[in-house]
Design a protein around this ligand. Structure first.
Ligand SMILES: Cc1cc2nc3c(=O)[nH]c(=O)nc-3n(C[C@H](O)[C@H](O)[C@H](O)COP(=O)(O)OP(=O)(O)OC[C@H]3O[C@@H](n4cnc5c(N)ncnc54)[C@H](O)[C@@H]3O)c2cc1C
Length: 250
């Protein structure tokens, strides 16, 4: 099988950084079309004569290089274990055309921006926060990262960088559910339901002035959307704007 060079760019692996057991960042130099922060690319490899590709969100800002992809190895997964076996200098195919609507240009105006992620879904939010747009558009930004163990709290230096530049505008909270050490230990939906997240953030989560972006584990996305809908939030659809913008990873 041959690879369509109009669609796929031969990327050169610059670095594979291991954060924890199965968590990696793959940094790649590749020629791709411009993208908007929050969008995703596709990575592909030729495996046993078959071309296998999957979507991965960009962690880097649009003008930043190398491209940065934060991923977890799925045991028995088709592609992700092979991505974790790449070494600097290896080739990984990158789709030339980025995709996706999980971007701030799809999010209506608001005062407060809540960014809720589990696991590797932190990635698109880091890309968004590396741009000027969210800081210009929102009075306050709350980023929440839900993980199981402290070792899964990746990109802490990047997050600390946002905090140091945007001290009054930015709050970050980690939810670590399987051991002590996070800002809280319950799942993100429970932290919203109990009022804990609003208390910590010092900001009310209300549809009148909040926009919420949610990305990651489909259970977390589903439960959080249901809770917010019960509070009067509406899903943000292309034809009918609302306050909840989501992306599911599987
Ligand atoms: C729009 C979009 C963006 C994505 N961005 C990322 C990203 O930035 N980082 C990333 O790691 N994955 C991301 N994914 C998931 C990714 O595309 C693959 O599904 C994942 O790497 C597994 O591929 P695989 O071939 O190894 O496993 P497969 O054999 O295809 O197995 C898929 C199964 O793996 C599980 N799974 C998939 N992704 C995850 C995940 N992130 N965390 C926990 N379990 C998972 C689910 O049970 C899913 O059914 C994204 C998916 C979508 C739709």
């Amino acid at each position: 099988m041959s690879i369509d060079l109009h669609k796929w760019s031969p990327g050169r692996v610059v670095e594979l950084h291991r954060w924890a057991d199965a968590l990696y960042s793959l940094r790649v130099e590749a020629e791709i079309e411009p993208f908007e922060a929050g969008q995703f690319g596709r990575l592909g490899l030729m495996l046993d004569g078959e071309f296998v590709s999957r979507p991965y969100s960009f962690v880097n800002a649009p003008e930043e290089r190398p491209l940065d992809f934060y991923f977890i190895v799925i045991p028995d997964g088709r592609l992700s274990p092979k991505l974790a076996a790449l070494r600097p200098g290896d080739t990984v195919w990158v789709a030339r055309k980025p995709s996706g609507f999980f971007t701030l240009s799809q999010v209506p105006a608001g005062k407060f921006l809540w960014l809720l992620a589990t696991g590797t879904a932190l990635g698109p939010f880091l890309s968004i926060l590396k741009t000027q747009t969210p800081w210009q558009r929102f009075l306050k930004i709350v980023l929440v990262h839900g993980v199981r163990t402290r070792s899964e709290l990746a990109y802490q230096a990047t997050i600390a960088g946002f905090r140091s530049v945007h001290l009054r505008q930015f709050r970050f909270f980690s939810s670590v559910t399987r051991e002590p050490g996070g800002d809280f230990s319950v799942r993100i939906p429970q932290a919203i339901e109990s009022g804990l997240l609003e208390e910590l953030a010092g900001t009310a989560l209300a549809p009148e002035d909040s926009q919420v972006m949610i990305c990651g584990n489909p259970e977390m996305v589903k439960d959080t959307v249901a809770l917010l809908q019960a509070r009067g939030f509406k899903e943000n659809l292309r034809k009918s704007p609302g306050q909840i913008t989501t992306e599911r990873y599987w």
